[in-house]
Design a protein around this ligand. Structure first.
Ligand SMILES: Cc1ncc(C[n+]2csc(CCOP(=O)(O)OP(=O)(O)O)c2C)c(N)n1
Ligand SMILES: [Mg+2]
Length: 330
């Protein structure tokens, strides 16, 4: 098992255990949804964040919960959970139930959670980028002090909107972090067939913004420490940043992908870099938490996910009339 290389931080034990809990929630929630898909309980397409837990939780843990904003993409479960969405509402949303976070109208790919600052997931690759700079412009003009983190994948970096929004954010000096979670594939296409440079963050200089690289996006503390630094930089009014972390999705692109384009050896190699197992070891080796404290967190995460399934399964379907509600803003 790969080790966590980053140095010990000043974070409290409570915060670290909480971050561990959020990573477990992502893993347990998505594992459960995957089983429910196979049982025919989930309508529509679903993309899982399993394997990418640290890349999500480390970033979100560095922003101000319930204050700062994010935009998400089709693989947004990890970001929603890292931002502490109500798991019952999220499971109900994915099942298309009336009690869902978006009343069952969004499903897995369009989860929004405005109370927690999540402006929404997006089925259009690159679709969150315009929203992110719009939101960032609002924060700047209203002087709110809030920053925006725009999450997207490596597959989004050749969309025109990537280049347009990075340039606009740069000339307008907007408080936005463009964050590419590079899991090295856009569906079945490897990143090396999509760009002719090693990494996407190297493009930052073309827009006059700083580019940052998190080589080990499965090291929770490495992601957190880098984000803590850049969140401060952006909040201080220095303008946008492009950051990229390297991680891997353990499962197929979506529930309909058998994953024939990757070898079992490649997947197994990445499982040895499991972000959750590594952070568990880190907590124990640095005597931050005891075996008992960690297993309590593991048990309560499992319980919360089981509870969300019960809640969602017993929730009503949306009524036909509700299809015509919430279409226009008041
Ligand atoms: C504009 C647009 N083009 C194509 C698609 C189809 N599509 C859905 S996900 C995806 C790949 C995205 O890859 P990446 O951004 O790396 O995210 P990942 O799935 O790897 O997390 C594509 C091409 C889409 N949804 N929107
Ligand atoms: Mg990708």
């Amino acid at each position: 098992m790969a080790k966590t290389k980053s140095k010990k931080t000043e974070l409290t034990k409570e915060k670290m255990l909480h971050m561990h809990r959020l990573m477990l929630d992502i893993r347990n929630f998505d594992s459960k949804v995957n089983r429910l898909v196979k049982k025919g309980k989930i309508p529509g397409m679903t993309h899982f964040s399993i394997g990418e837990e640290a890349a999500n939780v480390g970033a979100v843990a560095a922003i101000k919960q319930g204050f700062d904003l994010i935009t998400s993409n089709h693989r947004g479960h990890g970001q929603s959970i890292a931002l502490e969405i109500d798991l019952n509402g999220m499971m109900a949303e994915i099942m298309g139930k009336a009690t869902g976070t978006c009343k069952g109208k969004g499903g897995s790919m369009h989860i929004a959670d405005l109370d927690n600052g999540n402006l929404g997931a997006n089925g259009i690759v690159g679709g969150g980028m315009g929203m992110a700079i719009g939101a960032a412009l609002t924060q700047k003009m209203k002087n709110t002090g809030k920053i925006v983190v725009c999450f997207f994948g490596d597959g989004a970096v050749n969309e025109g909107t990537f280049h347009e929004t990075l340039n606009m954010a740069s000339i307008w000096n907007l408080p936005v972090i463009f964050y590419s979670i590079n899991n090295m594939y856009g569906i079945s296409t490897p990143i090396k067939d999509m760009i002719n440079i090693d990494y996407n963050y190297q493009r930052a200089s073309a827009y006059g913004v700083p580019g940052h690289f998190i080589e080990d996006g499965n090291d929770l503390m490495a992601v957190y420490n880098k984000f803590e630094e850049i969140v401060q930089y952006v909040r201080d009014g220095n303008g946008p940043v492009l950051v990229e972390s390297i991680t891997y999705r353990w499962l197929g692109h979506s529930t309909s992908d058998p994953g024939k384009y990757r070898t079992k050896e490649e997947v197994d190699e990445w499982k040895m870099k499991d972000p959750i197992a590594r952070f568990r070891d880190y907590l124990l080796e640095n005597k931050i938490a005891t075996e008992k404290e960690i297993s309590d967190v593991e048990a309560s995460s499992m319980e919360a996910v089981e509870e969300s399934v019960k809640f969602a399964l017993s929730s009503p379907e949306p009524t036909l009339e509700s299809a015509f509600e919430d279409i226009f803003a008041d």
